[in-house]
Ligand binder design. Structure first.
Ligand SMILES: C[S@@+](CC[C@H](N)C(=O)[O-])C[C@H]1O[C@@H](n2cnc3c(N)ncnc32)[C@H](O)[C@@H]1O
Length: 469
């Protein structure tokens, strides 16, 4: 049965069970890939702001939640004989139609509306004068008061907007008309521009769906007032019950998590116990009700504090002054076949551009090896020198090799059947980045810290660590 026939025979309280049993799905006919790519990219770029990354940020293969939602809705929604309307309904449900951007926090200001529409002739000066006023804050008898000036093109063009001067709506313009002009301004944006400036749909919660249900229900024959209700009704119409979603390779849990959020009954499993743990955590921690979330946060803080107290008690990653290691930078060392020197390998020795911190290689002739010293607050020339590093264009270059072109790294590694010039890349060198009483400072190999400029630090610890290698 086609979707149109099925929907035509709906009951007044929603769709009858199995009415859409054999109806084609939206996703079989169309899928707005361009818009979805932009949304998925935005979600990925949110990094730690993503919903599930708070748990196991190392799990890189998680599907973007927006993509999971799109596929699920695309499978449930019917493809009717009105593809344009199907698409518009799908976009509304995804919070990706034009009007949704107003609810996603992308609300063009009056100055933007005029700036966008006037150059393309979509708004004339007299229309702008009806819609807008220029507001200015002035001081009268030592009191700040707002005065209104009528819109005037010259005045607008010379207006530098700030807290005291801006273009505003005329009080007589109602919300519906304001939205009409905002939407016309949004029409001049590319989709990518809109997505960049708006919140992600999932950040808007139920407000994303404000006012859409009458149109959704009219097209689908449903009687839903929420996404979960709609998914339930479409499930009954397709399968005779709420949709059941099973992900047997659930990984980080995106698919079952989003399935549950849109209103499916979900099942998940994975071969990898870490994946199972992350998926469990997605449901029971990230997806917990606010009261439970607060309890979990509190318990986590207690554990963090207890572990921290123990680390401090044991003195792990501390020096005798109480400085604490914050992060470590490592590089490997290789033996240079020309000179026999062990050379730390790095494409650059710059550690902090903002604080002019560099690592310097200090030759130790007795053992044919370099010590690494950290210098803070160095000159621009020293920064430039440090940018060169010992790995340059696939070659190992170091101060004790008089041949400035160095040695090809693939020769050292023994690539392509070239016998390795030496037992090759051997050990690691560490540079610690430490924090002391709220300051961020740098030190050699971990522990000792100093925030003084151009000061050699931690030679003693460096020697100790070198002798242990
Ligand atoms: C690409 S990941 C899934 C990513 C997941 N969709 C997400 O969004 O995070 C594939 C998953 O399949 C799991 N897997 C591979 N072979 C499996 C098997 N035979 N049985 C169960 N899980 C398996 C892996 O452990 C891995 O977690």
């Amino acid at each position: 049965m086609s979707a149109d026939v099925a929907i035509a025979s709906r009951t007044t309280s929603g769709l009858d069970p199995l009415l859409l049993k054999n109806a084609p799905s939206f996703v079989e006919v169309q899928f707005p890939v361009g818009r979805l790519s932009a949304e998925a990219y935005k979600e990925r770029k949110a990094n730690l702001g993503q919903t599930l990354t708070a748990l196991g940020s190392y799990w890189k293969g998680r599907k973007p939640l927006i993509l999971c939602r799109a596929v699920m809705l695309g499978c449930l929604l019917p493809a009717t004989n009105n593809p344009a309307k199907d698409l518009s309904i799908f976009l509304k449900l995804m919070g990706m139609d034009d009007a949704a951007f107003l609810r996603r926090g992308l609300v063009p200001k009056p100055s933007e509306i005029v700036g966008r529409l006037m150059p393309v002739g979509d708004i004339a000066s007299d229309e702008a004068a009806r819609l807008f006023v220029i507001k200015r804050r002035v001081t009268e008898e030592k009191k700040a008061v707002w005065v209104e000036e009528p819109f005037d093109l010259d005045a607008f063009q010379n207006l530098v907007e700030d807290r005291s001067n801006y273009l505003d709506w005329d009080d007589g313009i109602g919300d519906a008309e304001r939205d009409k002009w905002r939407l016309r301004a949004l029409d001049t944006y590319t989709y990518d521009e809109k997505v960049k400036r708006a919140k992600r749909p999932e950040e808007c919660e139920d407000a994303l769906f404000d006012g859409i249900w009458p149109q959704i229900n009219a097209h689908l024959g449903t009687s839903a007032a929420s996404l979960s209700e709609l998914v339930g009704q479409l499930g009954v119409a397709r399968f005779g019950h709420r949709p059941r979603l099973a992900d047997t390779f659930c990984g980080g849990g995106s698919i079952p998590f989003e399935g549950a959020r849109v209103g499916c009954d979900v099942y998940a499993s994975d071969l990898n116990p870490i994946a199972c743990m992350l998926t469990w955590g997605a449901f029971n921690m990230i997806g917990a009700v606010p009261e439970r979330r607060a309890e979990i946060d509190e318990a986590q803080q207690e554990i963090v504090a207890a572990v921290d107290a123990e680390i401090i008690r044991l003195g792990i990653e501390h020096d005798e002054e109480g400085n604490r290691a914050k992060a470590y930078l490592y590089c490997i060392e290789a033996r240079c076949p020309k000179t026999g020197w062990m050379v730390p390998m790095a494409p650059s020795w710059v550690i902090s551009k903002s604080r002019n911190v560099v690592a310097k290689l200090v030759p130790d002739h007795a053992v044919k090896r370099y010590e690494i010293e950290i210098h803070a607050g160095v000159s621009a020339d020293e920064m430039k020198e440090a940018e060169k590093g010992t790995v340059r264009d696939g070659r190992l270059v170091h101060p004790m090799n008089p041949e400035r072109s160095g040695v090809e790294i693939k020769t050292i590694r023994g690539d392509f059947g070239i016998p390795a010039a030496t037992p090759a890349i051997v050990s690691g060198s560490g540079i610690g980045w430490t924090s002391c009483h709220g300051r961020t400072i740098y030190s050699k190999s971990g522990f000792i810290a100093s925030s003084g400029s151009r000061r050699r630090v931690s030679a003693r610890v460096a020697r100790k660590l070198s002798s242990q290698r």
